[in-house]
Every structure is written in structure tokens, then in C-alpha cells.
Design a protein around this ligand. Sequence first.
Ligand SMILES: Cc1ncc(COP(=O)(O)O)c(C=O)c1O
Length: 416
Amino acid sequence: MPTPSSQDSFLDTNLAAAFPILQQKIYQKSLIYLDNAATTQKPIQVIQALQQYYEQYNANIHRAAHTLSSIATRNVEDTRAMIQQWINAATTEEIIFTQGTTAAINLVAQTYAKQQLNAGDEILISLLEHHANIVPWQMLAQEKGVVLKVIPVKTDGTLDMDAFDQLLTAKTKMVALVHISSTLGIINPIEQIIQKAHARHAVVLIDGAQSIAHMPIDVQQWDVDFFVFSAHKAYGPTGLGILYGKKQYLEMMPPYQGGGGMVAHVTTHQSKYQPLPYKLEAGTPPIASICAFQEAIRFIQTIGYTKIQKIEHALLVYAQELLQKIPAITLYGTTDVKKKIGIIALNVQGMHHLDVGLLLDARGIAVRTGLLCTQPLIDYWQVDGMVRISLAVYNTFQDIAITVQALKNIIQKHGT
Ligand SMILES: Cc1ncc(COP(=O)(O)O)c(C=O)c1O
């Protein structure tokens, strides 16, 4: 088992040093931030890029003849090209800027699915989904009479693939599935799922909100139809999401919202739309966030996914082994750690999850508690919430050791 000192072999630099927010104290204790699945912290270069936009080239894009607007426009399009290469999309037209993962899923539900699916057609989701990949499909089901089916999970938290095989039929027109569970950290076998879905002519949307910061994404190799994620969960700014869609499907989608930027010609009664990607990007986008996201991508690429996975896996193994030794702690989704990223869901016997979270906060440790935006999954375990520890690449063995010790102290003082 790795020890705190063996971190040095993974890290030649102290990654946390690049994150100003991590240098502060909470209740006189050094902040240990373990709520990364909700949002990651931002390295100094992302913060500086935001400031640079507002100080040096704040302007709206696409619409002006002046220099600042050209710089902003070029930077926005540079980010689009960077994302295209990063996730290996075929063209920049396939990269749509949205407000986040939630907005991207709603966009697909309200345009592609609303137009292409009919009453009686089926959409497959799973019990692992974040509310963002449940509610938009429920809304569509109510509106259009399409039927929502749910792939169950097994007791170790993994998807029940036999059930998936049975649920996937000729009626399935869409499979909308989370890549990595935000509550359990379990990585779904999406390549296998995409292949099987395509064999049935179903279109696949993968929610990559929890994968983008932790593992390489290759949308062409996977042959995925839609892939969505949020910048803020990958060291980038808030208010920005990405919808990747195969051009053939994006072309089929009517505009979601109308307004400036997405039109080529407007009369009072009719409009001609811009080609992709602009057709699906009405109004002023989050320009500062888009420009600064380049620095977040560079941060990830400079470390490299191989090293990110090595660090986070070692931290996960260390944390899980320590936590498993504490009898008062129940862990959920304890499948093979090789199939997981650094997310651990737990409860402390006899204690409310919120109390555990507040007592950790009093020790400077930030975790998430409650339904974790995955209520159907929490209900499956018949509890009213969980405590979630979620790791990022800047976390350390020391963070884990201090947190586990804090949990032990809390249990000793407040547990049953
Ligand atoms: C798996 C998953 N999907 C979707 C979302 C929603 O992301 P956002 O709030 O950035 O739209 C989250 C956020 O926690 C998530 O973890």
C-alpha cells in the first residue's frame, strides 16, 4: 500500500501550490478540499486568464469590426479547436458551447430527441444517473409519450449489464448514460454499451461530467453520438459546458433558442440560421470562461492523463483501504478499484450524513453530503443521504490521512 512519503515518486512539483484557494485556512485548519466531483478548484493560470480577458480584450465576439472583438473571437475559436483535438472530435463544428452539462443534455432532449422520437419509443437511462440526466428525459417523456426505462445496478454499484441487454430492444431509440458515477466513482463500460446500442440503431449520449478531468476521452474511437461535460469540473471556470455531437445529428437539430449570433438573415417574420456550431449558440456566450478554459486544458495536458490516473488511483486505494478498516463506516459501490475514479461514498453508523459533513468542515475538510443529485441511487441503498469524498489531482496522501483520522475522532466522540 502506498504511504504518504511515496507521493514524491509521482509528483515532482507540489500541484496544490498552483491553487490559491487551497492555501487558506478554514477554522484555523489548512483547507483540505475533497468536494471535487461538485466542482474542482482553479489553478492560478485559469484565474489570471479570466482577469486578462477583462483587463485586456473584453469585447463581444463575432459582431464588431474592432481589435478587441477580433482578439476575443479568435480566442473563443481557439478554445473550440483545442477542445476538438482534446476529445478527438472530427471537426470544430461538432463542439457546441453551452452553460454546462445540464444545459447540454436539455439541449439534446429538447431538440434532437423531441424531434426524432415518437410516442412509445424508449429512452434508456440508469440508476446511476445524476438528476441532470434524469429530469430532462422525464420532461420529454411527459411531453411526447416516450417511455423512460432504467438500467438497474448490482449490489457493488456496477451497472447490471444483463438487465441492459434485456432492456435494449428495437424500441430503444436513445441511450443516455453517465460515463462515471458522480456518487460512486464507478466507470461504466461505455464502449461496450455504445456498440450494443448502435447494433440496435439507438443513439447514445454519454454524460462525461465526471470523466473529463480524470481520463482521456476519444469520441471518434468510441463512436459516441453525443458527449457532454462542464468546464468547472475540469479545473476551468463556471458557466461553461460542452456538447459534442456527431455532425449528422447536430445538423438534424433545430435551434434550441433563437437570438443574436445564431442567425444569418432576419426579417420580421422569418430567419435564416447560421451553420454549425453557431446555429445552436444563441446570444452572448460566457466569453471569459471560454477563453480561460484553455488554461485548464493546458493544466490537464501538461500533467497528462497517465500521471493524473496514477496519482488519483493511488490516493483512492490508500483512502479505501484505510476507511475499510473502520467498523463504523459503511462504504457504497465498493467494486474493483481499477474500475473506479477517486470518489468514495460512505456513511457513519448512527450519525446523520450532514453532521459528519459539518464536523469535518469544522476541521477544515470539505466534503459533500446528502442526496448528491442522485436520489434514485441513494434510495436504492435505503438511506437518506451519504457523505462523499471526491479527489482531484492536487490532493495528497496527507489529505487522506488527516481526513481518515478526523473521521475516527468524530466516530469516537459522536458515533454509536
Ligand atoms: C455526472 C454528472 N452529470 C451532470 C452534472 C451536472 O453538471 P452541471 O451542474 O455542471 O450542469 C453533474 C454535476 O455534478 C454530474 O456529476
